[in-house]
Design a protein around this ligand. Structure first.
Ligand code: LLP
Length: 428
């Protein structure tokens, strides 16, 4: 986060508030989200692409009503991929025309709600869905704007479980074997109910190498050309998806939004020029790159257990229930002693949670001062994306709150769950 410093006692402060005060007021564990950082990234992404493009924030990274209001303020759109995300986007006041609905298996109820709400786009992901969305639009008496999600056959350089553009995966309609072209034909048969505005491609997550996007853009423009040649129409929009990487540790070196914007815009323009196509309106869907860097998780140390000849296990009061990414993707995080400074020498530590499972690791290997002790606060940076949104109640653990900090003030934008919340669903 951009506004994190240390105060005179060596404690971390964010947006002018010390972490000890945050822990006293809100308890731990807690996600602490720097509103100014979030908004600055929104603006950087918008400016990077300019007025000729749209930035859709990927709500799956983290969504709440407050965040939706920030997005609406900053001129971003939002992409949702479930009825719950759609409901949150609408409840936060996002104008429906600035919402896109994704998903490989949207229910008829979700589709119907989206059509009735008047969402700006539905991204079609299967032949069945073409018929379902057309039927919903017909029932509602509207013409729904749609894009077709294609798989371009790009393997993004990232963890296998989060790469989404292999041909052998569930999303999209394949370009290579003509499935995508057939989808275009089928959508165009529903001209009264569907308005085909563009092609969508998402190639993966936590990507640093822009080469994958170049190939993706080239192939998508190839489809636009084929559509023009076959149907005599030029589709006005191209969405290149999200997946732009962020720095989880000092080894990660992400590009700045303006570099990414420049390179993607240039590639699309160049390919369109070569094909004799008008340059379509570009959109992108960063989630992690907007909400990830500006948040950290604040934990309290409970136990410290040195293992002879190995490392010291430092247990915190959360774990895999508030950050599943280490266990699920082998993700790397860093950690710092947040509540004070220390002159003690570094020791090799593993930060683990409180769950009944040995894979419950937050930070696999990290150096912490050797005097780390129960009661100390630790901060794990870059937990704004896919931590609260993928949190679980494993071991009947209430999920932590999200605390927004701005200009010396802190407030819960998602409150801490209570044991009553957990029991509320039990029947009998
Ligand atoms: N657009 C589409 C169609 C997507 O499927 C995704 C992510 C995004 C945009 C946003 O990607 P981002 O810019 O946030 O990387 N839970 C995993 C990542 C799975 C993401 C799936 N789709 C994680 O924790 O890394």
């Amino acid at each position: 986060s951009r506004t994190v410093t240390r105060d005179a006692d060596g404690a971390l402060t964010v947006a002018g508030i010390g972490v000890r005060e945050l822990a006293e007021t809100f308890g731990t564990p807690a996600y602490v989200l720097d509103e100014a950082d979030f908004r600055a990234r929104c603006r950087a992404w918008r400016e990077a692409f300019g007025a000729g493009a749209d930035v859709f924030y990927a709500g799956k990274a983290f969504l709440s009503r407050a965040v939706v209001r920030w997005l609406a303020d900053e001129g971003l759109n939002v992409d949702v991929c479930s009825g719950g995300e759609l409901a949150t986007a609408l409840a936060g006041g996002m104008p429906p025309e600035r919402i896109a609905l994704h998903g490989n298996n949207k229910s008829v109820a979700e589709i119907t709600r989206a059509v009735e709400a008047g969402v700006g786009r539905i991204v079609l992901d299967s032949f069945q869905e073409i018929e379902r969305v057309a039927a919903a639009a017909r029932r509602h008496g509207t013409r729904q704007r749609v894009q077709i999600r294609v798989t371009v056959g790009v393997e993004a350089h990232t963890h296998e479980f989060i790469a989404t553009a292999h041909e052998d995966q569930k999303f999209g309609l394949a370009l290579a074997d003509g499935t995508a072209a057939e989808a275009v034909r089928r959508v165009l048969r529903h001209r009264d109910d569907l308005e085909l505005v563009g092609i969508h491609s998402h190639i993966g997550s936590q990507i640093f190498d822009m080469a994958g996007f170049e190939v993706s853009a080239r192939r998508v423009v190839g489809l636009l050309t084929a559509v023009r040649d076959e149907h005599g129409i030029e589709l006005p929009e191209v969405d290149l998806g999200g997946g732009l990487g962020i720095a989880y540790t000092a080894e990660d070196d992400p590009s700045e939004p303006h570099e990414i914007g420049k390179s993607l815009s240039e590639i699309v323009a160049k390919e369109c020029d070569a094909a004799g196509l008008a340059v379509p309106r570009l959109s992108v869907e960063p989630g992690r790159a907007i909400v990830g860097p500006g948040a950290f998780t604040l934990y309290e140390v409970g136990t410290v257990k040195p293992l002879t000849g190995l490392r010291t296990y430092v247990s915190v009061d959360g774990g895999m229930s508030d950050n599943i990414r280490t266990a699920l993707y082998d993700a790397d995080y860093s950690v710092v002693l947040a509540s004070r400074s220390s002159a003690a020498p570094p020791m090799l530590a593993r930060v683990v949670g409180k769950h009944c499972e040995s894979g419950d690791i937050v930070v696999r290997d990290a150096y912490l001062p050797a005097d780390v002790a129960p009661g100390d606060l630790l901060a794990v940076p870059a937990t704004g994306a896919y931590c609260r949104s993928m949190a679980s109640n494993y071991n009947h653990t209430p999920r932590p709150p999200v605390i927004a900090v701005a200009e010396g003030r802190a407030r819960e934008i998602v409150r801490r769950e209570t044991e009553d919340d957990l029991l509320r669903l039990d029947v009998g």
